[in-house]
Structures are given as structure tokens and as C-alpha cells.
Design a protein around this ligand. Structure first.
Ligand code: DX5
Ligand code: ZN
Length: 216
């Protein structure tokens, strides 16, 4: 499969959100990644459903919504109503993950489970067959522009082996500190989707940067 690029809106210019979304529409990006934070699950607050709802009608790319919140199952209807294509919930935030994954799919979205850098992939043993995607965090969630955690490359490769070993075709998305160099190594290790925040939006030419990530 050709890999996908999902620029993260967290690094966009919030005063010019419409322009930023129009840039994404024009670009070769596959999805738009949107980071919702609650100040409890992660030590930061970003934006919530009103921003998702405002972006949805003007964005022509599928929305990849990453919920860094406690009890994400409470907000499945809101995320669906905001037009999300993919709903990512953290393994660490879900006591009844199997039920939550089923509810996300019932609401008409694709379902992904997200792992913090310290959470072992072995914990996916009995849920992998039920998810469309696994999102591996390659930084500790909460902020853009952090340093890439090297261990994520090896973790991606092990997850790829686990997926293939089970005869599945679950996508692997990696989020945090992605640039040309880390992105290339993640793709070689088996990643299918790369999230890139500051590398895209802080670039002097975001359209070109997205194209270059796509060509990796
Ligand atoms: C971090 C978010 C990321 C963030 C990535 O908690 O989940 O999506 O926007 O930003 P960069 O690419 O700058 O590390
Ligand atoms: Zn994210």
C-alpha cells in the first residue's frame, strides 16, 4: 500500500484556520489529523468539538481524530457528528476497550487504538483483530514539536510482524517528531500512515513538504 500522510492541525495558524485547511485541500495529504486534549489525560488543552465542526464542511480530506482525553467513549456521538472518518482512542484511557471499539464502528467510523510510548504492543494481542488501525505515539502526547523517541522505529517493526503474523492488514500510524529522516525509517519499519505537525505547518512551503513526505 502507498503510505498516507496526515498533517496535524495542532501546529497550524489558528488565526487563519480556513486558509490552513484550504492548503490541506490543495495538497497531497491523505487525511487531516486533529488532536483533542482535555488537560487530564495529557498535561495540555488543545481544541474540542466546535473546532472539528467548523473544519468539517470546508475540509475535503477525511478527518483522523486523535482523542487525548479520559473516558473517550462518552464522546463517540459528538465525534461522529463532527464528521470524523477515524476515531483514535488511547489504550490507557479505555477500561472497556472492546466495547468502545465496537461502539465507534457502530457509529459509522473507523476505529483505532493508540499506544503511549511506554505501552507494550503485546497488550494488543486480544484487540488487534477488531481495530482498523493502531496509532503508535513516538512522543509523549500533549504537545507538538517534541523530539522523536528512537525506540518507536523498532516498536513499529515489531507491531508490523505481529499484524502479519496474525494474517491481518491493520494500518499502523505513527505520531510525533516525524520529519523526512524519522519518516523514512518508520516507513521502512512498516508504518502505513505518518502524522506530521510542526514539520508541515512550520515549513516555508507546506505543500512541497507534504509532497516530499508522500514521496518518501
Ligand atoms: C501530540 C499530538 C501530535 C502532534 C504532533 O500529542 O498527538 O499529533 O501534533 O506534532 P509534531 O509532528 O510536531 O511532533
Ligand atoms: Zn496526534
Amino acid at each position: 500500500m502507498e503510505h498516507k500522510i496526515a498533517p496535524s492541525l495542532l501546529a497550524a495558524d489558528f488565526l487563519n484556520l480556513q486558509k490552513e485547511v484550504e492548503m490541506i485541500n490543495k495538497s497531497d495529504a491523505d487525511w487531516l489529523h486533529m488532536d483533542v486534549m482535555d488537560g487530564v489525560f495529557v498535561p495540555n488543552i488543545s481544541f474540542g468539538f466546535p473546532v472539528l465542526e467548523a473544519v468539517k464542511p470546508i475540509c475535503r480530506k477525511p478527518l483522523d481524530v486523535h482523542l487525548m482525553i479520559v473516558e473517550p467513549q462518552k464522546f463517540i456521538p459528538e465525534v461522529a457528528a463532527a464528521g470524523a472518518y477515524m476515531m483514535n482512542v488511547h489504550y490507557e484511557a479505555c477500561i472497556h476497550l472492546h466495547r468502545t471499539i465496537a461502539a465507534i464502528k457502530e457509529a459509522g467510523m473507523k476505529a483505532a487504538v493508540t499506544l503511549n510510548p511506554h505501552t507494550p504492543i503485546l497488550l494488543l494481542e486480544d484487540i488487534l483483530q477488531d481495530v482498523d488501525m493502531v496509532l503508535l505515539m513516538s512522543v509523549n502526547p500533549g504537545y507538538g514539536g517534541q523530539k522523536f523517541i528512537e525506540h518507536s522505529v523498532e516498536k513499529t517493526a515489531r507491531l508490523k510482524d505481529m499484524i502479519l503474523g496474525k494474517g491481518l492488514n491493520t494500518w499502523i500510524e505513527v505520531d510525533g517528531g516525524v520529519n523526512m529522516e524519522t519518516g523514512k525509517r518508520l516507513l521502512d519499519a512498516g508504518a502505513d500512515v505518518l502524522v506530521a505537525g510542526s514539520f508541515v505547518f512550520r515549513s516555508p512551503n507546506p505543500l512541497k513538504t507534504i509532497r516530499e513526505l508522500k514521496d518518501l
